[in-house]
Design a protein around this ligand. Structure first.
Ligand code: GLC
Length: 581
């Protein structure tokens, strides 16, 4: 029997979706996993510099976020993580903090921050603060003091190699091809920097420094923030015997520098001092290089952090050659199984450190931009783990074309270019990869409408607006029931109305299928089937072993073709079906 579901039936079904924010803190006896709001919530990431400018300086600001509060709420998200907005010389766009308790004036005042936070809370949205404490800016008062004398107590807030011992052993730096040590004459010593030279690493081995950080976290928790994203945190504890990094192993730097055993002690301390005292959660950026590392971070019994995110998913598609669906399934299935009973991870495919979702995982052609982005958003919102959506991905914003190094402002891009020059690499090939993969692609101004500068600013934006803003923008997609934006909104409601999508067990089906990613999620008697066509061709999958298909929860096409348990999907079609018990 051939069945065709129509859009009308789908809309009817969605109309009945429960639109409540998820906020329960209960223990489900049938599930090994404790239920909490930060597992049930959907997170939206805002890069404040690029979201909405209201004072005409070309940079986004808090008032802009306040202006767009209803829009943010309309997405059906529950948490917002905002990238750093603290006082900073902006060498790394705010990930170089000069004062952890002060707002960079271009974003507004502390009163504006308070108003924004209150606005989020009034909409039932929780707020996640970016805590950048693996390193500070070299403009932070601590570092300035540290550089005055080895006797200054702040000297010990950082890591040093005294020059009388000769040159420090080579240490890899992520942003600086010259390596991770830099000399300061006034103290005749080299300081450590894992990232740029202007980002000296803080000394977590010093209990005083740790207390300073806990005080900073308490300051923000008292203000009412609901969560902390611990930036680059896997590197915080260091092996202070400074073993020499083996050159040529740059790809393994996480293994070398990440997840030192002491880190867990410090996290327990942080948990005791801060996290357990407030209704907050914390998520670590990076989760080491093994499942054990990641687990130990977020195993509730260990009382450290609550959520981790690993890089294996975003690492899948770093070059224009892209990725294969089989690798994609393998990574997500492996990580899911590792966290099936304990711990919790974030699910994401993009953020401010990556090029755009659709360029890396979808299809940017006019014909497939919409369905492929809808399909990817269906994936993100139907996996176990807290889904993270990066601003602009809810409308399918794309990469920009930046073929020349002079166009780049990012410290990471510039460092990599210097390294490519120094090693005599083929610079044309290098620029091709950079143009595709640079994180600047993901930082262009939000495309609000078809007016000048996409409605982001009335003046010159800090970063060029993508030329395609007249075709890809919020105003247009708001009007179109079949847009990427409205599909995203439907999908957030589907996730909320179906706890099976949050807590249900995940099982991949026909893992070898070359173009369809099929999986079930099961919770008690509830079971749903997710079918995603990752290709630009029609594709079919036979599912004869499964129970009867029930209601369709979402479909990014008007119809779905099923014949005798063979489901035929259109290019990038994404559907979720309930299964009859
Ligand atoms: C993290 C941030 C990245 C930043 C780096 C140094 O990886 O996500 O944007 O450049 O840390 O702080």
């Amino acid at each position: 029997m051939k069945q065709l579901w129509t859009l009308a039936a789908l809309l009817l079904l969605l109309g009945s979706c429960n639109q409540q924010k998820t906020n329960n803190e209960t223990k489900d006896d049938t599930a090994a996993l404790e239920k909490t709001w930060w597992k049930e919530g959907i997170l939206y990431q805002i890069y404040p510099q690029s979201f909405k400018d209201t004072d005409g300086d070309g940079f986004g600001d808090f008032q802009g976020v306040i202006e767009k509060m209803d829009y943010i709420d309309s997405l059906g998200i529950d948490l917002v993580w905002m990238n750093p907005f603290f006082e900073s010389p902006l060498v790394d766009n705010g990930y170089d903090v000069a004062n952890y308790r002060a707002i960079l004036p271009r974003y507004g005042t502390m009163a504006d921050f308070d108003a924004m936070l209150a606005g989020f809370h009034a909409h039932g949205i929780k707020f996640v603060l970016d805590v950048v404490v693996n390193h500070s800016s070299n403009q932070h008062e601590w570092f300035k003091q540290a550089c005055t004398s080895r006797d200054n107590p702040y000297y010990h807030y950082y890591h040093w190699w005294p020059a009388e011992k000769g040159e420090p052993p080579y240490r890899y730096s992520l942003f600086d091809p010259e390596g991770g040590w830099d000399y300061v004459e006034s103290v005749n010593a080299y300081y450590l920097h894992t990232f740029a030279e202007e980002q000296p690493d803080l000394n977590w081995e010093n209990p005083k420094l740790r207390q300073e950080v806990y005080d900073i976290m308490k300051f923000w928790a008292e203000k009412g923030v609901d969560g902390f994203r611990m930036d680059a945190f896997q590197f915080a504890s260091k092996d202070t015997t400074w073993p020499k990094f083996p050159e040529g192993h740059e790809k393994d730097f996480i293994k070398w520098y990440g997840m030192r055993p002491q880190l867990h002690e410090y996290l327990k301390e942080m948990n005791e001092e801060v996290l357990s005292k407030y209704p907050v959660f914390a998520v670590a950026e990076g989760a080491g290089s093994t499942f054990q590392d990641a687990h130990d971070l977020v195993d509730a019994d260990r009382k450290e952090l609550q959520m981790a995110y690993h890089f294996e998913s975003v690492d899948l598609s770093r070059t224009p050659e892209g990725y294969t669906l089989s690798e994609f399934k393998e990574v997500f299935s492996r990580w899911d199984s590792a966290f099936a009973k304990k711990g919790w991870i974030a699910i994401f495919l993009s953020n401010h450190d990556n090029a755009r979702l659709i360029d890396r995982f979808g299809n940017t052609s006019a014909a497939f931009r919409t369905p492929s982005t809808q399909m990817l958003n269906t994936f993100l919102l139907s996996m176990r783990g807290t889904p993270y959506t990066y601003y602009g991905d809810e409308i399918g914003m794309t990469n920009i074309d930046m073929p020349n190094i002079e166009d780049y402002v990012d410290v990471d891009a510039k460092g990599k270019y210097r390294a490519a020059v120094a090693s005599g690499a083929d610079l044309d090939a290098f620029m091709k990869v950079l143009n595709y993969s640079s994180r600047e692609n993901g930082r262009t101004p939000m495309q609000w409408g078809g007016t000048a500068n996409a409605g982001f600013t009335t003046e010159t934006p800090w970063k060029r607006v993508n030329e395609n803003y007249k075709e890809i923008n919020v105003a247009l997609q708001d009007q179109d029931p079949n847009s990427i934006l409205n599909h995203f909104r439907k999908m957030t409601q589907v996730r909320k109305a179906n706890p099976v999508l949050v807590y249900g067990d995940y099982k991949v089906l026909q893992k070898e299928h070359p173009s369809i990613y099929a999986y079930t999620r099961t919770l008690g008697d509830e079971k749903v089937l997710v079918l995603l066509n990752f290709s630009s061709e029609k594709a079919a999958i036979g599912l004869s072993g499964l129970e009867k298909f029930g209601n369709m929860l979402i479909n990014n096409y008007p119809e779905l073709e099923i014949e005798d348990f063979e489901v035929r999907l259109m290019p990038y079609q994404a559907v979720i079906l309930k299964m009859e018990p």
